[in-house]
Design a protein around this ligand. Structure first.
Ligand SMILES: [Zn+2]
Length: 490
């Protein structure tokens, strides 16, 4: 009897191994066939130099955006606009130009075939401030636009003036050659992306909706090419094309109870209640899951991984818990597979001997596709049953995650991105991925499901940080990418 059971188990195990191995062997690359060789897209060296000089000039405009828009240095934005006008005369002659929300630029390049749905390309003019305390740690002046060591240094070099410059260069260059795209193209250069895009990109999206514009696709900054961040790829570059975006939700936890003199404190204080609530939430986590874009990532990148990892990705019906536990070990991995929740502001108290009557904590959540803000709020409330702690939504700080529908890899916009990043980085693997932050393009999500978040740069460094810089090689890729994509915009 025992022997029979043992034999049965052995047989079952053998069968399981066979299934795993067969699945792994059938797990083959999903990369499109290479394009036929094209005439060289490389620009003349002199043209590249002038494009780089234009990016340097753009970085020198201190177009910093602030939550409080009255702090905006409007002269910097107007200076940048004048610079664009002077530098790209053909673009300004042949494209229509509108100002939206005062400083956001909306250009329209009419295509040859007005029956085709237009494309929308985004970039933003504004940058985040330099923390005054860190100014001394910059190796080059933060708004200097210095070119040194094969890099362009400065705030905005990567985020996001390289995209803006490269798009303008591409249009100017194509116009000089008499090229007109098949489809109409809108260019949206926001002025308040870093503070949510409410005065800029959101208004543009509203305007386009009013005008009945239904884009074929929208392309914005977001993810990149990485040669470093995918374990197991041994340095082979992977273009992560953001096809879905997490939502966000900001909550306030608050308590109000009697305060008084700190020499005769009550057992319960507002500060105590709110800090207890934050501690309680630290002990909870939203469930992890591989959402559709991450499943697609596993399908696209998995076949290129070493055998062990390939086996796990090819047999997700069995190994999803293992894959998720691996992702959850790092902050970056965890952000891609679960709704995150973190306290970001804590406010209470005015004086050392006064027990405060009120306390507040701000909690920022980033919602995985599939979890609505209402469901997330209900979950947080369920974790905090104490009625003395109120959980409320901070107005306007709420955005639903993108609906993940269909097969993005089959859509025109995705395929154009894929094709033209491969023209720049021939050995690249392309894949859908989940964008865990938020950018201006989220305002366009109601106009089309085809919204992509991708910049044609490789492993940019220190976005929003000290010594932000971009390699000159990456900038060359930006130039070639947008020019190729616009030329090919069928
Ligand atoms: Zn940006």
């Amino acid at each position: 009897m025992l022997r029979k059971t043992f034999l049965f188990l052995l047989l079952a195990l053998g069968l399981l191994l066979a299934v795993l191995v067969v699945n792994t062997l059938r797990f083959t690359p999903k990369q499109p066939a290479a394009l036929p060789a094209r005439p060289a897209m490389a620009r003349a060296a002199a043209e590249s130099d002038s494009a780089l000089a234009h990016l340097q000039r753009l970085v020198r405009f201190q177009t910093v955006s602030y939550e409080d828009s009255s702090r905006l240095d409007t002269a910097q934005f107007l200076g940048l606009h004048r610079f664009l006008r002077r530098t790209y005369p053909r673009l300004h002659r042949q494209l229509s130009r509108e100002l939206v929300g005062r400083y956001t630029l909306l250009y329209r390049w009419a295509g040859r075939d007005s029956s085709l749905r237009p494309a929308v390309l985004l970039a933003h003019q504004d940058v985040v401030p330099i923390e005054p305390a860190t100014r001394g740690q910059w190796r080059f002046p933060p708004f200097g636009g210095t070119v040194a060591e094969g890099q362009l240094w400065g705030r905005g070099s990567t985020d996001n003036k390289a995209n803006l410059t490269a798009q303008c260069e591409a249009v100017e260059h194509l116009l000089a050659q008499g090229v007109q795209p098949e489809r109409t193209v809108y260019f949206v250069f926001g002025h308040d992306e870093e503070v949510g895009g409410k005065a800029g990109a959101r208004r543009v999206a509203g305007l386009l909706r009013q005008r009945g514009v239904v884009p074929e696709f929208v392309l914005d900054e977001g993810l990149f090419v990485t040669a470093e961040r995918i374990p197991g790829m041994q340095g082979r570059p992977v273009a992560l094309i953001g096809t879905a975006e997490k939502g966000f939700l900001t909550l306030e936890l608050s308590a109000a109870v009697n305060g008084g003199h700190s020499s005769i404190p009550e057992a319960t204080t507002a500060l105590g209640l709110v800090s207890q609530a934050v501690t309680t939430l630290n002990g909870h986590a939203f469930e992890a899951a591989l959402t559709p874009s991450m499943q697609q990532f596993a399908d696209h990148v998995g076949p290129h991984l070493p055998f062990g990892q390939r086996l796990a990705f090819a047999n997700r019906w069995l190994f999803t818990p293992l894959i998720l536990s691996t992702y959850l070990k790092s902050a970056g991995g965890a952000a891609a597979v679960r709704t995150t929740m973190v306290p970001t502001i804590f406010q209470s108290g005015v004086k050392d001997n006064v027990v405060p009557t009120a306390a507040r904590a701000t909690l920022n959540l980033r919602l995985l596709p599939g979890l609505s803000s209402a469901a997330a709020l209900a979950q947080v409330r369920a974790w905090l049953p104490d009625p003395r702690v109120k959980v409320t939504v901070v107005p306007n700080e709420i955005a639903e995650p993108s609906p993940e529908t269909g097969q993005p890899a089959a859509a025109l916009g995705y395929q154009l991105i894929e094709r033209h990043i491969r023209q720049q980085v021939p050995e690249v693997i392309t894949t859908p991925f989940l964008f865990v932050a938020a950018s201006d393009s989220r305002h366009f999500a109601t106009l089309t499901p085809n919204v992509y978040k991708f910049s044609p740069m490789t492993d940019p460094v220190a976005l929003h940080g000290i010594n932000e810089h971009l390699s000159v090689a990456s900038f060359q890729h930006c130039l070639g990418f947008y020019e190729g994509l616009l030329r090919d915009l069928r």
